[in-house]
Design a binder for this molecule. Structure first.
Ligand SMILES: [Zn+2]
Length: 152
C-alpha cells in the first residue's frame, strides 16, 4: 500500500461517503427488487431488511468522478475493470451476466455489514481502513463476505 494513499484516505472519506450515498439513492430509485430466491439468500446471510435491497444491472460498475478517489479505489483494487459487484448501503451494482447465487449472497452479506455498522457513513470509514491495513482481499469485511457465499 503506497504511504501517500494510506495517509490521504481519511481526507477522501467525505467524498467517498457522498459518492456512495448518491449512488445508493439512484439504485434505490431505479433498481429492481430481489427475486424470492434472492430474498431467501439475503435472509440466510443475516440481512435484517432484505426487501429494501435494490439491484442495478450494469455493463460496468461506475467509478467515482473525483480523480483522487478514483486513484485510491484503483490502487487498492477495490474497484476496477474486473469488478463484478459493488454494494453501497441497500444498493447493489451487479455486472450483467454475473447475477448468480454466489455473487448475490456475497453482496448481500455486505448489506448486512452496512446494517450492523449503522449505514454508509459508519461502514465506509471502517471498510476503507481495513483495506489500507490488510489489502482488499484480506480485509476482514471481505473475508467475512466470502465466508457467507452460498452457491445455490
Ligand atoms: Zn466483497
Amino acid at each position: 500500500m503506497p504511504l501517500a494513499l494510506a495517509t490521504s484516505l481519511p481526507a477522501l472519506l467525505p467524498q467517498a461517503i457522498a459518492w456512495a450515498s448518491a449512488r445508493e439513492a439512484e439504485i434505490l430509485a431505479s433498481g429492481i427488487a430481489l427475486t424470492d430466491a434472492e430474498l431467501d439468500l439475503a435472509r440466510r446471510v443475516g440481512v435484517q431488511a432484505p426487501e429494501r435491497i435494490r439491484l442495478a444491472l450494469v455493463e460496468r460498475v461506475p467509478m467515482p468522478d473525483d480523480p483522487m478517489l478514483q486513484l485510491a479505489v484503483e490502487t487498492t483494487e477495490l474497484l476496477g475493470a474486473n469488478t463484478l459487484g459493488l454494494t453501497l448501503g441497500y444498493g447493489i451494482y451487479l455486472c450483467q451476466g454475473a447475477r448468480d447465487a454466489r455473487l448475490v449472497s456475497h453482496e448481500c452479506r455486505h448489506v448486512q455489514q452496512y446494517e450492523a455498522a449503522g449505514g454508509i457513513a459508519a461502514f465506509l470509514p471502517l471498510y476503507l481502513q481495513q483495506i489500507v491495513r490488510h489489502g482488499y482481499l484480506d480485509a476482514p469485511y471481505e473475508v467475512d463476505a466470502r465466508r457467507h457465499e452460498i452457491d445455490a
